[in-house]
Ligand binder design. Structure first.
Ligand SMILES: *[C@@H]1O[C@H](CO)[C@@H](O)[C@H](O)[C@H]1NC(C)=O
Ligand SMILES: *[C@@H]1O[C@H](CO)[C@@H](O)[C@H](O)[C@H]1NC(C)=O
Length: 190
């Protein structure tokens, strides 16, 4: 019994080690990982970081890629589609440690309020989650203090992830056209 427990612990550790790196793996490795899943235990990881959205200036990180004829006269900029590639940092200052990028798009999808449809991949670029990503898809009424969006999946260390993302605007500079958004994630993954 003791031996079996040890074996299982070692096995779980191997799975954890395997899952911990986000380097690209082929279908064979993914299948092996999948087959070992019933020995793996789901765990909870909490993450907090900030993304920096620069809409103007010499080096914008977000660009408008599409709009409708009515977009610019719409009070909710309905139909605007933006593509983002924002830096993720540990703290709210742009000079704090860079931990990844927020890739994706957000588009104005309401005619009643300023609310975006968001499809964002948080791609991690260092530490134990280097190369892993989390995908968030949801409703983002930007004027609300907190916006909750589902984590719909992930890759690498976050394969089969699910969870909740809470976004809150930390700072907004109208002159500069920039926003700093705090992101808190609670993730269930293997
Ligand atoms: C992340 O992984 C890439 C590819 O394996 C590697 O080149 C890079 O040095 C790693 N970055 C950090 C901060 O560990
Ligand atoms: C907003 O940006 C402008 C232009 O870069 C800058 O002068 C100003 O200090 C910023 N305001 C705040 C509150 O950071």
């Amino acid at each position: 019994m003791g031996k079996l427990t040890t074996v299982l612990v070692v096995f779980t550790m191997i799975i954890a080690l395997r899952a911990a790196h986000g380097k690209s793996e082929g279908p064979k490795e993914v299948e092996d990982w999948w087959q070992n899943l019933n020995h793996a235990r789901e765990k909870i990881t909490k993450l907090r970081f900030y993304f920096h959205d620069f809409l103007q200036g010499k080096t914008p990180t977000t660009v408008r890629v599409a709009q409708a004829k009515m977009t610019d006269t719409s009070p909710t900029i309905f139909g605007e589609v933006n593509m983002m590639d924002d830096p993720l940092t540990v703290g709210p200052k742009i000079t704090s440690e860079l931990v990844g990028r927020a890739h994706g798009f957000y588009s104005s999808s309401s005619q009643e309020e300023i609310a975006y449809h968001c499809a964002i991949n948080f791609v991690f670029g260092g530490g134990e989650y280097n190369g892993s990503s989390l995908s968030v898809l949801g409703y983002n009424p930007v004027m609300n203090v907190y916006r909750e969006m589902p984590i719909v999946g992930g890759s690498g260390a976050f394969r089969l992830a699910r969870g909740v993302a809470t976004l809150t605007t930390y700072a907004f500079n109208f002159t500069q056209g920039s926003a700093i958004v705090e992101v808190n994630l609670v993730v269930l993954h293997y």
